[in-house]
Design a protein. Structure first.
Length: 289
């Protein structure tokens, strides 16, 4: 269980779980949660949660998602300024780093990653997003998808070419339009205004390995009824029962009142780190393998 106190009396309590699934030989997802207990260099007490879904085959996808997670964390907590501006800088830095690493390591050419991030500051939540991982807000019985899928199918639905029902069975469900590290330019979706949080609100992040296998209604019902860690494990098990065709990652965080100190116990968050030398490094539709 992870927790961190927020400025106006709310705490975030939650867990993150990632699983290789039943088909893939290794896990290319990275999950990360940062809740500074003693303040960072700039004195902020922001919380940051992230899910990144790498692509590129072999170890390359894992490297891409790890690079994105660590670089976004580093840049976000190093910079001062409004959350949207800092998130934009963090995503740009991660994109540049992955591109540079690919150029210098030909065996990793073409690697990239989706990335969905939530930041909580002063009892408000912001998100930044590239690709088809997702960010949800569950308030009471109503779950809202805050991020928008940057996929070919989602665009066709938005354009009116496909219906929602047709989209679910489309042969193009694996085609994403943006990812960090692949195309020369990337335009993340970043919320400009913070979403005010109330006690009892639940933030959910997940990779497509979960939301493509488990209906939103089941995700909402599970997250609303179970403690975060139990809910994460339950949702992963449901995705596995549905075939586990992809890596599965989920983070569930509940806003609560009355917690005075930040806490963290081991074993709930998996952070994948590439070799140390990775961090010494200074447009088309994308189809997952």
């Amino acid at each position: 269980m992870l927790s961190a106190k927020r400025g106006l009396g709310l705490s975030l309590k939650g867990s993150m779980v990632t699983d290789v699934g039943r088909v893939r030989s290794h896990n290319e997802d990275t999950v990360l949660f940062v809740a500074p207990a003693g303040g960072e260099k700039n004195g902020r007490q922001d919380c940051l949660a992230l899910v990144a879904d790498g692509m590129g085959g072999h170890a390359a996808g894992e490297i891409a998602s790890s690079l994105a997670a660590e670089e976004i964390r580093r840049v976000f907590f190093d910079l001062d300024g409004p959350v949207p501006k800092v998130l934009a800088s963090a995503f740009a830095a991660a994109h540049k780093l992955i591109m540079a690493y690919s150029r210098e390591h030909p065996d990793c050419a073409g690697m990239g990653t989706t990335c969905s991030v939530v930041v909580v500051r002063d009892d408000k939540a912001w998100f930044a997003h590239v690709g088809d991982s997702r960010v949800y807000l569950l308030r009471g019985a109503t779950m809202t998808q805050l991020s928008h899928d940057q996929t070919l199918v989602a665009k066709l639905v938005s354009d009116g070419t496909l219906t929602e029902a047709q989209a679910k069975s489309s042969a193009h469900n694996n085609v994403i339009l943006q990812a960090l590290g692949i195309t020369p330019n990337v335009e993340p979706e970043i919320s400009e205004d913070g979403q005010p949080l109330s006690s009892g609100d639940v933030i959910i992040l997940c990779s497509d390995g979960l939301h493509s296998a488990v209906p939103d209604s089941v995700i909402a019902d599970t997250a609303s009824k179970l403690p975060p860690l139990e809910a994460c494990h339950t949702l992963v098990r449901l995705a596995l029962d549905a075939g586990g065709q992809d890596n599965i990652s989920v983070g569930i965080f509940r806003a609560v009142s009355g917690t005075d100190e930040a806490e963290r116990s081991d074993g709930t968050t998996r952070r994948i780190k590439p070799p140390a030398h990775v961090f010494d490094q200074p447009g088309r539709p994308l189809s997952r393998s």
